[in-house]
Design a protein around this ligand. Structure first.
Ligand code: SF4
Length: 240
């Protein structure tokens, strides 16, 4: 297991992050340009990160024809950010802009996710963001069981290579799929689950926050919880 170095500046940074987070919560106008200096830790090469396996997996996804979605997609969306991280985010599937650009979580929901991440001290380039499905379902339809069964092994291999300290699942469909349970997001959020041995926190999808600002408060609580789990897991690994 990769031992990732725990941050030594966490308290001060998180205080600033919380201040930014409060603005994220209560402002509806553009968030100020201020950014949080992130100290998200990374995995040095000597820890054994499998760069060759990662690149091969990316190419496999981009070439994949395992389900019918390859026929309608513009391109596969492997994920965005860095695999050299302990903080992994999993959504449901690429949407229109993701399909066009080949990046995960772009467009307005992606911009909001960027602000949410900044509020807990991460830049987008310091986490890895992906989806359960790597190809866009036409008209953004819900993933089918067959599509999930075909595509989930890619996510499992991403998790195996990254070895994240925590997974943040965004949206009801992502949470239900990863946890294998039914239930509303209200019943799944605010708790720590496990997905293949990795701590998992579920919260609302940024697109839901754009439709309903009342979801910002519970989302803020959830992302803080995910950050706390991340910090604790880093400390646990560092002490081993
Ligand atoms: S959704 Fe997944 S399994 Fe289906 S074609 Fe895309 S990469 Fe392959």
């Amino acid at each position: 297991m990769s031992a990732r170095r725990a941050s030594g500046e966490g308290v001060a940074r998180l205080a600033r992050a919380r201040a930014l987070g409060e603005r994220f919560l209560y402002r509806t106008d553009e968030v100020a340009e201020e950014t949080v200096s992130s100290t998200a830790t990374t995995v040095p090469d000597e820890t054994g990160f499998d760069a060759v396996g990662w690149d091969a997996l990316r190419q496999e996804v981009l070439d994949c024809t395992k389900c019918e979605l390859h026929k309608s997609r513009t391109q596969g969306v492997f994920g965005s950010g860095t695999p050299d991280t302990g903080f992994m985010i999993v959504g449901e599937a690429p949407g229109y802009y993701e399909d066009q650009q080949g990046e995960a979580f772009v467009g307005k929901a992606g911009q909001l996710l960027t602000k949410i991440l900044a509020a807990i001290g991460f830049g987008r380039d310091e986490v890895f963001i992906t989806n359960i499905l790597k190809s866009r379902p036409p008209k953004n339809a819900d993933p089918t069981p067959d599509q999930i069964a075909a595509c989930e092994p890619y996510l499992e291999r991403q998790i195996e290579i990254i070895d994240p300290a925590v997974i943040l699942a965004l949206g009801r469909h992502a949470a239900r799929t990863l946890l294998g349970v039914d239930g509303s997001m209200a019943s799944l959020r605010g708790r720590v689950f496990e997905y293949r041995g990795v701590p998992l926190v579920a919260t609302y999808h940024p697109a839901a926050l754009l439709r309903n600002p009342n979801l910002k408060r519970p989302t803020w609580e959830d992302v803080q919880l995910a950050r706390k789990v991340y910090d604790e897991e880093l400390q646990r690994r560092a002490s081993q």
